[in-house]
Each structure stands twice: as structure tokens, then as C-alpha cells.
Write a protein that binds this ligand. Structure first.
Ligand code: UT7
Length: 339
């Protein structure tokens, strides 16, 4: 199985604005100590997570996504009517159908857009970015809204300490626009990788609730509609595949690791981020981390981190930044972007 298909089309796309939203309710490690047999010390030392946000009762993934989208639209100076493509990367859709993207389209009044979801778990936002990039580079769409949004609090088994300490809810968004190829502005995507390995479907999944294993009164007590994860296997695959992807996109951009001003990685575990960063030979300040505040927000994580890095001024005009994410599938994606 090959994992290294490059996306080599010339770039006529730029990121015009970013936005993010996290719910107000904070769930700390101390709160979790009251729910399961765990400690703040274990969670901090094994993951780096201190607290996470939990959506309010009745707050759906599309509500989180819409709030993030409005902030990205404001930053980009783009109206709902101008958006002609909406892609939401999510594994916690409002409904099996219609898509969460259609719910967002309705909320925004983006009447001219085509809207659909992409299922790539934690790589959802970067998959959405690559798909939108194909539309824009192909000339069929000009203004795309891409969103990574997940509400995993509704899919977690709150009695399973192996998983419930890891996840949080949130959404991040970006507006991508077409630009003239020879306008003198070097910003845009320099190189990308999108890949998946279906041999690893079993190491991270919600096994029940779909067509394969419907939830029935007989199996309801097995909690098959919650996240099941082989943590160590996921850890190993994440380090292997995302390191490989980082090296590929750096090389294909014609750069060296030291040319990357900032890695904005998936926010699953600080030890995974450290392993990748160290193997690239980069110091700690070159990796952006916010998992201590939000935990792993799945498809939203890289998008929220990108927005925070941009708004806080950590990302500067002209910087080469590396976005990288991995998740269930196994699915992963990386991009080098000149800001
Ligand atoms: O977006 C992708 C999503 N998932 C990931 O990225 C997860 C990748 N994996 C990881 O981040 C790590 O594997 C974990 C954080 C999930 C677990 O860390 P670990 O260092 O791999 O721990 P482990 O699973 O090997 O468990 C070590 C011990 C076990 O006890 P024993 O068998 O050694 O007695 C676990 O039962 O830690 C125990 N343990 C806990 N203890 C306290 C597992 N979860 C907890 C907990 N609190 N929450």
C-alpha cells in the first residue's frame, strides 16, 4: 500500500481568514478524578492535557461549526453569499443525513454553495483543505469554507478512563479563496500529502450504531456506540505515518526541516508531538500546542490551533508553516503553507 501520493497541482489558493469556537463549559482533570480512577498527574504526564471543553445540552456539531465559520468569514471579509463550497470534516455529525455541512449552509444562508461532509476523523480539516484546493485549482469554485468540527463528548464512554480523559469539543474554520497565479504573492500551499491505511480500521473506531452493528436492546449495555481505542497502537501509527508525511511535504516544498517556522500538529498527545518534532530536529518552540486547554478535539484540533496561532501573532507573514494531522482510518494529511 502506497502512502505517499503527492498533490502536485500548482497553487492558486490562499487562506483568506481563520476562525474557531470552543464551548464554554470546562471539564478539568480534577473533575475527571471524580468520574473514573485517574489522576491529574497521570493525564498530564501521559498526554499533556489539563482541561477540555464540553458542548452544552442541545449544542450540536453544526452549532460549533457555524460559530467558527462566522469568525473565519469575518476575518476574511467574506459574506455567506460569496461562499460557493462548504466542506465539514467531522465524525460526529448532527445526523446520519443530511450532512452537517448542509446544516451549516442553512445556518449561514450560504445559498450558492455546494455543501458536503468528509469523514477522516482527526485529519478531517486537512482532508477538507485538500479537497477544496482541488476545486479552487480546477477553477470550478472560488470561495470555500472549510471546517473541522467535532463533539466527541457524546461518543465517549465516560466510564472508560483509557479514552474519556482525552477528548473535547470544538470547531475551527478557514476561508480559502482563489488568487491569480502570478500576482506576486508567494503565500499558499507549497506541498501536501493525503493518505490512509484501511488495514488499521480496528485500532480506533466507534464499532456500533452504523449498518454493520446496529444498536439493539440486546447489545446496548456493551457501549458499542462509543469510542474504542488501542492507545499504544494508535500512538505508534501516529508517530510513524505523520513523521513520514512531514518529511515528504518538507522535501516536496524544496525546504529543510529548519525552514519550518512552526509546526501546527494534531493536538492528541504532547508525547506524539515531541516525538515528531525531535525527529525533525526542531526545538520545542517550533511546535504550537493548545491541547492543555482543549484536549483532542478530533477534526477541529488543527483548525483551532491554526486560528489561535494566527490571531496571537505566532504565525507571521512569509513563514513556512507545517500542518499535520492523523486519526481513525488510519487517515492522515500534511501540508506546508507559506503564510
Ligand atoms: O486522534 C487520535 C486519537 N488517539 C490518540 O492519539 C491516542 C494515542 N495514544 C495515546 O495517546 C496513549 O497511548 C494514551 C494516552 C492513550 C495512553 O498512554 P500510554 O502511555 O500508552 O498508556 P497505556 O495505555 O500503555 O496504559 C498504561 C497504564 C495502564 O495500566 P497498567 O496496565 O500498566 O496497570 C492503563 O490501565 O495506564 C493505565 N491508564 C490510566 N491510568 C490512570 C490508562 N488510562 C488511564 C487513566 N488514568 N486515564
Amino acid at each position: 500500500m502506497s502512502h505517499s501520493q503527492p498533490v502536485t497541482v500548482p497553487c492558486v489558493m490562499k487562506i483568506a481568514g481563520t476562525g474557531s469556537y470552543v464551548p464554554e463549559r470546562v471539564l478539568t482533570n480534577a473533575d475527571l478524578e471524580k468520574l473514573v480512577e485517574t489522576t491529574d498527574e497521570w493525564i498530564m504526564s501521559r498526554t499533556g492535557i489539563k482541561e477540555r471543553r464540553i458542548a452544552a445540552e442541545g449544542e450540536a456539531t453544526s452549532d460549533l461549526a457555524t460559530k467558527a465559520a462566522l469568525r473565519a468569514m469575518e476575518a476574511a471579509g467574506v459574506t455567506a453569499e460569496e461562499i460557493d463550497l462548504i466542506i465539514v470534516g467531522t465524525i460526529s455529525p448532527d445526523t446520519f443525513f443530511p450532512s452537517t455541512a448542509c446544516h451549516v449552509q442553512r445556518n449561514l444562508g450560504a445559498v450558492k454553495a455546494v455543501a458536503f461532509d468528509v469523514s477522516a476523523a482527526c485529519a478531517g480539516f486537512l482532508y477538507a483543505m485538500q479537497i477544496a484546493r482541488q476545486f479552487i485549482n480546477g477553477g470550478t469554485r472560488k470561495t470555500a469554507l472549510i471546517i473541522g468540527a467535532d463533539k466527541l463528548s457524546g461518543m465517549v464512554n465516560w466510564q472508560d478512563r483509557n479514552t474519556c480523559v482525552l477528548f473535547g469539543d470544538g470547531a475551527g474554520a478557514a476561508i480559502l479563496t482563489a488568487k491569480e497565479p502570478n500576482d506576486g504573492d508567494p503565500s499558499g500551499v507549497l506541498s501536501s500529502v493525503m493518505a490512509s491505511d484501511g488495514r488499521l480500521t480496528d485500532i480506533l473506531s466507534v464499532p456500533g450504531g452504523g449498518s454493520a452493528i446496529p444498536i439493539t436492546p440486546e447489545n446496548a449495555d456493551q457501549r458499542l456506540n462509543t469510542i474504542h481505542m488501542q492507545g499504544r497502537e494508535v500512538f505508534k501509527a501516529a508517530v510513524k505515518y505523520t513523521l513520514e508525511a512531514c518529511e515528504q511535504v518538507i522535501e516536496r516544498a524544496g525546504l529543510k526541516a529548519d525552514d519550518i517556522a512552526l509546526i501546527i500538529p494534531h493536538q492528541a498527545n504532547v508525547r506524539i508531538v515531541d516525538a515528531i518534532r525531535e525527529r525533525l530536529g526542531l526545538p520545542p518552540e517550533r511546535a504550537f500546542l493548545n491541547l492543555q486547554k482543549y484536549g483532542n478535539t478530533s477534526g477541529a484540533a488543527v483548525a483551532i490551533a491554526l486560528d489561535e496561532a494566527v490571531r496571537s501573532g505566532v504565525v507571521k507573514k512569509g513563514d513556512n508553516i507545517l500542518l499535520v494531522a492523523f486519526g481513525a482510518g488510519f487517515a492522515w494529511s500534511a501540508s506546508v503553507i507559506k503564510w
